[in-house]
Design a protein around this ligand. Structure first.
Ligand SMILES: [Ca+2]
Ligand SMILES: [Ca+2]
Length: 448
C-alpha cells in the first residue's frame, strides 16, 4: 500500500500558501505553513492562475471577498472548507485573483486564514507584476471602513491605493486611539508595531517598506480622557518610531475629520521637522467630507470615502513622484480618464468636461520654495485654441493658451514657469471657455 508522503515543500505554481507566485500585501502571519493568517483591516493576496475554475481552502467559518479578472468583488459569508469561487466556470486562459478577508474585530471573529488554492488539473498559479509602491494607512474605524458597504474594500485607504496603482494596507481597527489610555483602548502608539491588534508579537518591518504612511488618529482619544499634552507627546514619539522602521517613507499626519487634537498634531509634526526629519507633513482635511458623505456623526459612507480619496490621492501622488512627473489620470480631473487616443504616458489622460471651469488639478511636491518650470503635455484636435487659467496654490497666476494640434494623438508639451512652496503645491488648469481643456496627459514639475 502507499504510504502518505510527508507534505511537500511549496512549489511555485502549486497554489499552496507558500507558493511564491502568490503576493501577500499587508500584515500576514505565516507562522503556520498550512494556513496563513490575515491581520488588521487591509491585508489581501493577489495571484494569477490558469484554467477555468478556482477554489480556496478555508478552515472554520469565515467571511471574505474575492475579485476575479478585476471584476467587482464578490462577498462570501459563513463559508468553510473548500470554497468554489467560480460557480460559473471561466473561459480557459490566464486569470487574476484578489482576496481580502474580513478583519476580526468587534463581534466578528471569523477564521481569517488562507489555506491555498485548488485549481484545475494541470493548472498553475502565475506571478502578477508587483506594483512598486506601498501605501500604509494607520487609524481607527474610519480607516478600517466601518459603515461603508464592504468595509476595508470600500475604505479610502484601499481606494486611494487602487487609484494610484500602488499596493496598500490599512493598519486600523475600530475604537483605536493613538494613546494607550489607562481605561483601555487599542493604543496605536504600541499596537501599530504588532503583527495584529490583539497580538503581542512584533511585526517584522523587513517584510515590506512603505513609501507613504498616512496617520488618521485622535478621533477616539477624546473619549478616553487623553490630555492635549499626552496626545502631542505620544504623537511625536509615534512619528519617530515609525521613522525608525521606515527611514525614507513620507509620513502624512491627517487632521482628523472631527477636528480633534489639531494643534497637538501640528506641533508633533513641527517637533520632528525641527529635529531634522523634513519628510513628515500635516495635511489639512478641511472640507473633504460633506454631510451626505457621512453614515453617522463620525463614519464616512461610500460617498464619503470617495470624497476623501478624491482629495488624498493627488496629495499622495505628489509624494510618490521624485521624478517630478504627475500623470493626469492620477490627478483630480473634472471629466473622464480616457485611453482611446494613443501615445499617452501612463495609463491614460484627463478628458475634461467641455465647460468653463472643468479643471485638472495636480498636487506636486518640491523640497524648497522658489521658481521652477512645469511642462504640461496635451492634445487639442479641435481647430480652436482652448484657453485656461493657471492657478497655483489657489491663486491665478497667468492665462495659458492650449493651441490646436493636428490630431488627438499628436501630443505636445507647453512649458511654463511658476513659483512654488516647499512641500505640496496645487497646480490647476481651469478652462475659461465652453470648449473646456484640451486632453491632458501629464504635468512635469522640475524638482527643486
Ligand atoms: Ca473634453
Ligand atoms: Ca497620462
Amino acid at each position: 500500500m502507499l504510504t502518505p508522503a510527508s507534505p511537500a515543500a511549496a512549489a511555485p505554481g502549486d497554489g499552496s500558501p507558500g507558493d511564491t507566485n502568490i503576493s501577500y500585501l499587508g500584515r500576514w502571519d505565516k507562522t503556520s505553513s498550512t494556513f496563513y493568517a490575515s491581520n488588521w483591516a487591509g491585508a489581501y493576496l493577489r495571484t494569477g492562475f490558469t484554467g477555468t475554475t478556482v477554489r480556496i481552502r478555508q478552515r472554520n467559518s469565515v467571511e471574505f471577498w474575492a475579485s476575479i479578472d478585476n471584476r467587482p468583488f464578490v462577498k462570501f459569508t459563513g463559508v468553510s472548507g473548500t470554497v468554489n469561487l467560480t460557480p460559473t466556470p471561466l473561459a480557459a486562459g490566464n486569470h487574476t485573483l484578489v482576496v481580502n478577508y474580513r478583519q476580526r474585530a468587534g463581534s466578528y471573529n471569523g477564521d481569517a486564514v488562507f489555506g491555498g488554492l485548488v485549481l484545475d488539473a494541470g493548472a498553475t498559479t502565475l506571478a502578477l507584476p508587483v506594483r512598486p509602491k506601498v501605501l500604509e494607512f494607520v487609524g481607527d474605524s474610519i480607516t478600517a471602513g466601518t459603515l461603508s458597504s464592504n468595509l476595508a474594500l470600500t475604505d479610502y485607504g484601499w481606494l486611494t491605493g487602487e487609484r494610484l496603482g500602488t499596493e496598500h494596507t490599512q493598519i486600523a481597527i475600530g475604537g483605536a486611539c493613538l494613546v494607550a489610555a489607562a481605561d483601555g483602548c487599542w493604543g496605536m502608539e504600541q499596537r501599530y508595531f504588532k503583527i495584529d491588534a490583539a497580538s503581542s508579537a512584533n511585526w517584522d518591518f523587513s517584510r515590506y517598506q512603505a513609501n507613504v504612511v498616512v496617520i488618521n488618529l485622535g478621533t477616539n482619544d477624546v473619549g478616553h480622557s487623553v490630555t492635549g499634552a499626552q496626545f502631542q507627546s505620544s504623537y511625536t514619539a509615534f512619528l519617530r518610531n515609525i521613522r525608525a522602521r521606515y527611514p525614507v517613507a513620507t509620513i502624512l499626519a491627517l487632521k482628523t475629520f472631527r477636528g480633534r487634537y489639531i494643534t497637538e498634531t501640528q506641533n508633533a509634526v513641527t517637533a520632528v521637522n525641527n529635529a531634522g526629519d523634513r519628510n513628515v507633513f500635516f495635511v489639512n482635511t478641511d472640507g473633504w467630507l460633506t454631510a451626505d458623505g457621512l453614515a453617522d456623526a463620525v463614519h464616512p459612507n461610500d460617498l464619503g470615502h470617495q470624497q476623501i480619496t478624491n482629495r488624498l490621492a493627488p496629495i499622495i501622488a505628489g509624494y510618490l513622484s521624485p521624478s517630478g512627473r504627475y500623470e493626469a489620470e492620477a490627478a483630480t480631473c473634472d471629466g473622464t480618464i480616457d485611453s482611446n487616443h494613443t501615445g499617452f504616458s501612463g495609463s491614460g489622460f484627463c478628458n475634461g468636461t467641455n465647460a468653463i471651469g472643468a479643471a485638472v488639478q495636480f498636487s506636486a511636491s518640491v523640497a524648497s520654495a522658489g521658481s521652477t518650470t512645469i511642462a504640461v503635455r496635451f492634445a487639442n484636435a479641435t481647430a480652436a485654441v482652448r484657453p485656461a487659467d493657471l492657478i497655483v496654490n489657489g491663486v491665478r497666476v497667468q492665462a495659458v493658451s492650449f493651441e490646436a494640434t493636428a490630431t488627438w494623438t499628436a501630443w505636445t508639451t507647453k512649458t511654463l514657469t511658476i513659483q512654488v512652496n516647499a512641500g505640496v503645491n496645487t497646480i490647476r488648469f481651469s478652462p475659461t471657455t465652453a470648449g473646456g481643456l484640451p486632453n491632458i496627459d501629464y504635468l512635469d514639475v522640475t524638482p527643486r
